[in-house]
Ligand binder design. Structure first.
Ligand code: B16
Ligand code: MG
Length: 234
């Protein structure tokens, strides 16, 4: 049986620049509360869940569970107001052509995003038709860097994890892809130091030929070779 060739896309920071909206929403919340927060601090929040982001933003500061929940709610309200402005023009440069070409070349595509707002973003960008599965932050209990989102995407695509390629902008996402024993393409500066199979500056650099060349690598379909004990057995 032919192997399923699968590509799993992260959403925020890969297919669209909603990572900037997350930053703006956290920044507004932090400023209101007098908490120190800038773009440098924001790097530690990239790709991680809403709850974990707030824990990192608060640092050693302790707040009551009710206040913690209220802060999450407020940040999400700010974020929702921003994504309400999204249109198909906010798709990352080159993404529309890439998705169309991969579909035509019979790659199976999924989105695996830690965001519980991912479905709304996908609809505002009008890209749902390209994907056989869209896995969001509500689909699993453990978020990135756990492998669960990507493993669920592979399961939904009926693809073996070792034949899947993940495209990610966050170190936590690359870590999740490696933990899932998947190939990883790192996008942008924040994941530049992460142990990926390929580093690119934006998905405008990706095309079907590049995906085919990764799939032609004899290591494709085998566990990635990294000197770490973080993988479970497959
Ligand atoms: P939400 P991704 C992630 O999406 C974002 O990168 C991260 O900044 C955000 O905190 C997380 O989703 C949760 O998002 O608050 O909307 O549920 O990069 O995995 O597509
Ligand atoms: Mg991301």
């Amino acid at each position: 049986m032919a192997r399923t060739r699968a590509i799993i896309f992260d959403l925020d920071g890969v297919l669209t620049d909603t990572a900037e909206f997350h930053y703006q929403a956290w920044k507004r919340l932090a400023d209101e509360r007098g908490l120190p927060f800038d773009r440098h601090h924001n790097q530690a929040l990239r790709g991680v869940s809403r709850e974990e982001s707030l824990r990192r933003l608060l640092g050693p500061l302790k707040v009551s569970p009710a206040k913690f929940a209220a802060m999450l709610h407020r940040k999400n309200d700010y974020y929702l107001a921003m994504i309400a402005t999204l249109t198909p023009a906010d798709l990352a440069p080159g993404a529309a052509d890439l998705l169309r070409d991969l579909n035509r070349a019979n790659w199976k595509l999924a989105i695996a995003s830690a965001s519980r707002n991912a479905q709304q973003v996908v609809d505002r960008l009008a890209i749902r038709r390209h994907f056989a599965a869209i896995i969001d932050g509500a689909a699993v209990t453990r978020s990135k860097p756990a492998p669960d989102l990507f493993l669920e995407a592979a399961r939904r695509l009926d693809a073996h994890p070792q034949t899947a390629i993940v495209i990610e902008d966050a170190p936590s996402g690359i870590e999740a892809a490696r933990a899932a024993q998947m190939r990883a393409i790192a996008v942008g500066p924040d994941a530049a130091e992460s142990p990926a199979d390929l580093h690119i500056t934006s998905i405008a650099e990706l095309n079907v030929e590049l995906a085919e060349s990764l799939a032609a690598d004899p290591a494709y379909g085998a566990a990635p070779t990294v000197s770490s004990n973080c993988f479970g057995p497959f």
